[in-house]
Design a protein around this ligand. Structure first.
Ligand code: PLP
Length: 381
C-alpha cells in the first residue's frame, strides 16, 4: 500500500515517539499533583520538571511563569482576557484565537508580506497605551512569515502597553528567545511540535499582571483551576526537549526541502506566486498560488494521490472564503482562493518533495485543460 505523505505540519504534527512514551509513563502516575502524599508529590514533580522543559524551548529564564493550558487558544485567552488591560491591539494576520478573543480587537495593518506596519502600531498606541495589550505572532500559520517581534515589543513598552507573542507556530521550528524578545507573555501549543493535542502553555514574566479565567481549586498558582493534564504535560515536555535538541539540524533540512520544492515549482510555472516569499519565513512553510485552480480542487487532488496538504489554516478550510490573512496582505480574492499551504516536518524527505511536484504538475495540467475546454464551450454557446 502507498504510504500517505503528510505535509500539513502547521495544522498539527505527528506525535513524536518520545512524547508518546512520556504520555504512557505519566498515565501510570496515579496521584493528583495537588495531593500531599508520596504519589501526589511524584505527579507534582513531573509537572514542575515539565515547566523547565517548556522554559528551555523558548529560552525563558527560571523566574518566568509557565501556566499549563488546553492549548494555544486557551493560552492566548488567559493572557489577553486576564492581563487586566481593556484594549487588545493585534496584527490583522493573527490566528482567530487572537482576533476573536473578544469583541472590538483593534487590528494593526500589515504590508504585502504580512509584516506589521510599525507606524500604524505607533498611531494606535498614541492613546490609551497603558490600558492596552499588543498581540503579535512570531510566525504566521498560513504563510510562515516571521514578525519582527522584538521591535514590536519595544514599541508596545514605549507606550506603556503590555506585549503578548503567539509563538504557537514558531515553537520547535525556529530558535525562540523569550527573554531577548522581551515579551511579557508568550503562547505555545504541544501538538504543533510533536506533543499531544489539547495541551499548551502560557509563559509570562514574573511581574506581568495575570488573573485566572477558570478559578476552581487554585491550581497553576491560581491561574488555571482544574486538575492538571499530567500525561499531556509530560508529553509536551518530552516533545519540547526533542524539538530543541534537533532544532538546528531540522531547520536546515526543512529549509533545503522547502527551497527545492519552490524551485521545482517555479520551473514548471515561472509566474507562480509564493505568498510572503520576500520576507523571513519559517523553514517548513510554503503558501503557493496555483493560478486558476481552486484550493479545494488541489487539496482533493493531492489527497487522492496520498498527500495531505491544506488550503490555508485548518480552522478556515471547508469554507470557500478569502482568508483574512491573505486579505490583509492585499492578495486578491481570486488568488487567495487558489492558495495551497504546504507545511513540512521531520518525517518528510526529498522523495516526498519529488512526488509532490509530479502531482502538482498533474493537477495543474488537468485543471488548466478543463478550464480551457469550459472556455471553448462558453465561446461556442
Ligand atoms: N495560534 C496559532 C498561530 C495557531 O496556528 C494555532 C493553531 O493552529 C493556535 C493559536 C491555536 O492553538 P490550539 O490548536 O492549540 O488551540
Amino acid at each position: 500500500m502507498n504510504h500517505n505523505i503528510y505535509m500539513d505540519y502547521n495544522a498539527t504534527a505527528p506525535v513524536l515517539a518520545q512524547a508518546k512514551d512520556a504520555v504512557m509513563r505519566a498515565l501510570d502516575f496515579a496521584g493528583n499533583p495537588s495531593s500531599v502524599h508520596r504519589m501526589g508529590r511524584l505527579a507534582h514533580r513531573l509537572v514542575e520538571d515539565s515547566r523547565e522543559s517548556v522554559r528551555a524551548l523558548v529560552n525563558a529564564n527560571g523566574e518566568a511563569r509557565v501556566v499549563f493550558t488546553s492549548g494555544g487558544t486557551e493560552a492566548n485567552a488567559i493572557c489577553l482576557l486576564g492581563c487586566g488591560r481593556n484594549r487588545v491591539v493585534a496584527s490583522s494576520v493573527e490566528h482567530p484565537a487572537v482576533r476573536n478573543v473578544k469583541e472590538n480587537v483593534e487590528l494593526i495593518s500589515v504590508d504585502k508580506n504580512g509584516i506589521v506596519d510599525a507606524s500604524h502600531l505607533e498611531k494606535l498606541l498614541s492613546k490609551n497605551g497603558e490600558d492596552t495589550i499588543v498581540s503579535v505572532m512570531l510566525a504566521n500559520n498560513e504563510t510562515g512569515v516571521i514578525q519582527p517581534v522584538r521591535e514590536i515589543a519595544k514599541i508596545a513598552h514605549k507606550h506603556g502597553a503590555l506585549f503578548h507573542c503567539d509563538a504557537v507556530q514558531a515553537a520547535g521550528k525556529i530558535e525562540i528567545d523569550f527573554d531577548d524578545i522581551d515579551a511579557d507573555y508568550m503562547s505555545i501549543s504541544a501538538h504543533k511540535f510533536g506533543g499531544p493535542k489539547g495541551v499548551g502553555a502560557l509563559i509570562a514574566k514574573p511581574a506581568a499582571p495575570l488573573s485566572a479565567l477558570v478559578r476552581g481549586g487554585g491550581q497553576e498558582n491560581g491561574l488555571r483551576g482544574g486538575t492538571e493534564n499530567v500525561p499531556g504535560i509530560a508529553g509536551m515536555a518530552a516533545a519540547a526537549e526533542v524539538s530543541l535538541a534537533k532544532l538546528a539540524v531540522e531547520e536546515k533540512k526543512l529549509l533545503s526541502l522547502r527551497d527545492d520544492l519552490e524551485k521545482q515549482i517555479s520551473k514548471i510555472d515561472n509566474q507562480v506566486q509564493i505568498i510572503g516569499a520576500d520576507a523571513k519565513r519559517l523553514p517548513n512553510t510554503s503558501f503557493i498560488v496555483m493560478a486558476g485552480v481552486p484550493a479545494e480542487t488541489q487539496v482533493a487532488g493531492f489527497d487522492l494521490a496520498g498527500i495531505s496538504v491544506s488550503a490555508g489554516s485548518a480552522c478556515a478550510s471547508g469554507k470557500i472564503k478569502q482568508s483574512p490573512v491573505l486579505a490583509a496582505m492585499g492578495i486578491s480574492e481570486i488568488d487567495g482562493s487558489c492558495a495551497l499551504r504546504v507545511s513540512l516536518g521531520q518525517e518528510n524527505n526529498q522523495e516526498d518533495i519529488n512526488k509532490f511536484i509530479v502531482v502538482w504538475d498533474e493537477i495543474r495540467t488537468r485543471a488548466l485543460k478543463a478550464n480551457e475546454a469550459n472556455a471553448k464551450k462558453g465561446n461556442a454557446a
